[in-house]
Design a protein around this ligand. Structure first.
Ligand SMILES: Cc1cc2nc3c(=O)[nH]c(=O)nc-3n(C[C@H](O)[C@H](O)[C@H](O)COP(=O)(O)OP(=O)(O)OC[C@H]3O[C@@H](n4cnc5c(N)ncnc54)[C@H](O)[C@@H]3O)c2cc1C
Length: 412
């Protein structure tokens, strides 16, 4: 199979071979015979987390399993499926996923492997919805871990380093409708004293700024239908908006306050369109929610280093979880995300500046986006890393699923 690039085009996978098994049994054989192998999802990561010089395996050829268990309010989703493939099916059976990321184009397994998140003070990341995980381990065995099992909390955000996830069981909630509205021009000095109030004002709230001035350009408010309307101290937008200045809102989900199903409102972008800017890189840093105003104030002092290479910055909230390698581990979180221009040499100095400014807040970078934090700085921020290493050694003693990225950050 021809070698592949990631979604952003900033990484050409270095794998010597890409497998595409059509059954779990075939996958088990491929894994058992391989010396070094990793799973590949929908390739939406911006760094080498998913790369390997050895072998990759894609799960798009496996049967598209999606099974709703209404009695237990769970869905079992095959490792090759994307959120876009399962939303409507789940909704038609009266259920919903509690939250979604900004785009439904990503695979469920790949998203959960890196701690992907949406927004909402009461919403944990997408990995926290995982109740069971079925993975093919180093010898080709099919292993199931359920919430409460030893090692489960380490296996969910596993960065692909424990095995190939062939199915996940996810928690469901009763289906719900969401109304989305965008507000504009919220000055930072109005935001800061009311930060917690504003980010808590609806089920999911996102703040976007281009850091050209001390202003939040847009506030995206996703309110569950029936949820009280809390006033936002900004102007309602007079039409649909794209978060990136100057881009057409055609690729964005409905914003006119018309209620719609959760899977058509919680993501910012429609499944059949190019999400975000397309031509871009991304970074994101997760800090303790209580440090949000101090951290944003620190960034405000360096905005002249940020905006020349920035397309847009998004600020979101995420509830704490118990997953060992989750950037939100035991910390109610504010995530500060940067969509950059597609120019790595120009972007890296800005990333380093941001990391320096955020250093007092011990940020945990998004595992799948661009960061320059040294491994020695990062590792102490994951207090359960020794437990994760022990789990990896037990499941994968020869390091079959490791790659240079996991060697550097997790195992060195
Ligand atoms: C436009 C855009 C918008 C984004 N928005 C958000 C957002 O709102 N919130 C957020 O948190 N992130 C966001 N991201 C980042 C994205 O969610 C992560 O990169 C996510 O990991 C992508 O999933 P993927 O299926 O493309 O995984 P890949 O990039 O293919 O792989 C990521 C990791 O998962 C592992 N993996 C994949 N499949 C499996 C499997 N079956 N078994 C074991 N391991 C596996 C890989 O080995 C690799 O380590 C965005 C990315 C893009 C490009």
């Amino acid at each position: 199979m021809a070698m592949q690039v990631n979604w952003a085009g900033n990484l050409t996978y270095s794998a010597a071979r890409v497998h595409r098994p059509v059954s779990v049994e075939e996958l088990q054989g491929v894994v058992a015979r391989s010396l070094r192998i990793r799973a590949l999802g929908t390739r939406h990561s911006f760094n080498e987390v998913g790369d390997t010089p050895a072998e990759l395996v894609e799960l798009g050829g496996l049967a598209p399993v999606v099974e709703v268990d209404s009695d237990r309010a769970r869905v079992r989703v095959g490792g090759g499926l994307r959120y876009a493939d399962v939303g409507r099916y789940i909704d038609e059976r009266g259920f919903a996923l509690g939250n979604l990321g900004s785009l439904p184009h990503i695979s469920v397994a790949g998203a959960c492997a890196t701690g992907t998140h949406g927004s909402g003070v009461g919403n944990a990341n997408l990995s926290a919805a995982v109740a069971g995980i079925e993975l093919v381990t180093a010898e080709g065995d099919l292993v199931t871990l359920r919430r409460g099992d030893e090692g489960f909390d380490g296996a969910v955000v596993g960065l692909g380093a424990l095995g190939v996830v062939v199915a996940l069981e996810l928690d469901l909630v009763p289906s719900f409708q969401v109304r989305q509205r965008v507000y504009e021009a919220l000055p930072l000095d109005v935001l800061f004293p009311k930060f917690q109030e504003i980010v808590s004002s609806a089920y999911s709230v996102s703040l976007f700024t281009d850091w050209r001035g001390p202003v939040i350009n847009q506030v995206w408010v996703k309110r569950r239908d029936g949820e009280a309307v809390v006033p936002i101290p900004a102007e309602p937008a007079d039409g649909p908006r794209h978060p990136v200045p100057g881009m057409s809102p055609d690729s964005c989900t409905e914003q006119s306050d018309i209620p719609g199903p959760w899977f058509e409102r919680l993501p910012h972008f429609r499944p059949d369109r190019i999400p975000s800017a397309g031509d871009e890189l991304q970074s994101e840093f997760m800090i303790d929610a209580s440090d949000a105003v101090a951290a944003l104030s620190a960034l405000d002092t360096i905005r002249d280093h940020i905006h020349p290479v920035l397309r847009i910055c998004e600020i979101r909230t995420i509830a704490a979880d118990r997953l060992w390698l989750s950037p939100c581990y035991e910390r109610d979180t504010v995530a500060i995300h940067f969509t950059w221009i597609a120019d790595t040499p120009a972007v890296l100095p800005a990333v380093a500046r941001i990391e320096e400014a955020l250093e007092p807040f011990a940020p945990r970078p998004h595992w799948a986006k661009i960061f320059t934090t040294p491994p020695d700085t990062l590792r102490p921020r994951y207090t359960r890393l020794p437990d994760f290493q022990a789990l990896a050694n037990a499941l994968d003693p020869s390091g079959k699923f490791r790659n240079p990225f996991t060697d550097k950050y997790l195992f060195a």
